[in-house]
Design a protein around this ligand. Structure first.
Ligand SMILES: [Zn+2]
Length: 290
């Protein structure tokens, strides 16, 4: 494989408003059209986004250039130029490796889709793996190690994907990832989901999906909705939020101070509480409490 040449078009500009000047590459493309479109936009606004010119402006606009000058000497000039860029052998190698990787990830995606359609993968596993870059990276790496010319491609795929699927456990971290994905699913006015999600069909009420999350997350769905619930420490006697004692010596015995009672407090005189803004949240019937 030798070196290879590519023709690139570059749109660049230079301007001077006398108080400020600049030079900038505005676009690089193998396709000249988007750059010409951009050049036309610049011409239309008389390069207003770069230099504000008043008075008479002398303009010239061609397919690959735009120039504007005014009487006080302010100017803006834009050109599209052609450049042949040589791609080195190592860069070509990198590109073809990337293409292979892309090709391979398409195969994996298709394989996963077929598994799911055939009912061989449970819905959350499919949802978790689908579009997950980390998982894909892991599969591709395993593939690289497992592949040899004697094993048929499909067998290697079975082994690699199978072992990744087997290693997945539904823990809080995965539930949090799935919850994020669930956040992208739109709902209608009746709070029903407008797309299939994790085996729940389009039209399912979202509370049904919430319940699924509630059952599986160790801290319940409220935790997923609100994130970690901030705790405050309150005085058992009056319910006021206490402050940490600032005096170092006092702190050994009385870690808190209650401003309402105006007293130093032992830790057993205080307790953790849920902050007011979370107190009013009523969980779904049957769901875990805060
Ligand atoms: Zn108190």
């Amino acid at each position: 494989m030798g070196n290879s040449k590519v023709l690139l078009y570059v749109l660049h500009g230079a301007w001077d408003s006398q108080s400020a000047d600049g030079v900038m590459v505005l676009g690089v493309s193998v396709d000249i059209e988007p750059l010409q479109k951009r050049l036309d936009e610049i011409a239309e606004s008389k390069a207003g986004e770069f230099v504000e010119m008043c008075g008479y402006i002398q303009e010239e606009h061609g397919e690959r250039y735009y120039e504007a000058v005014n009487v006080s000497g302010k100017y803006a000039k834009f050109y599209i130029t052609e450049h042949y860029v040589e791609l080195s052998e190592s860069l070509m190698g990198e590109i073809s490796r990337d293409m292979e990787k892309l090709d391979r990830s398409r195969d994996v995606e298709e394989y996963l889709r077929n598994l799911y359609d055939g009912g061989s993968v449970i819905p959350w596993v499919h949802e978790y793996m689908d579009g997950n870059e980390e998982v894909m990276e892991e599969i591709l790496q395993l593939f690289g190690k497992a592949e040899d010319c004697n094993t048929p491609f499909n067998t290697t795929m079975d082994i690699v994907v199978g072992s990744v699927i087997k290693s997945l456990r539904l823990d809080d971290e995965k539930l949090e990832y799935l919850w994020e994905k669930f956040g992208d699913i739109l709902i209608d006015d009746d709070e029903c989901i407008l797309d299939d999600f994790m085996g729940f069909e389009c039209g399912t009420h979202r509370e049904i999906v919430w319940r699924w999350f509630d059952e599986h997350h160790s801290k319940g769905v409220v935790h997923l909705m609100l994130g970690p619930v901030p705790e405050k420490i309150v005085c058992k006697k009056c319910g006021t939020e206490v402050r940490p004692e600032e005096d170092e010596e006092l702190r050994n015995e009385y870690p808190y101070y209650c401003p309402e009672c105006d007293e130093n407090k032992y830790s057993f005189e205080c307790e953790g509480g849920v902050t007011d803004e979370y107190k009013d949240i009523v969980p779904l019937p049957g769901c875990q409490q805060l």
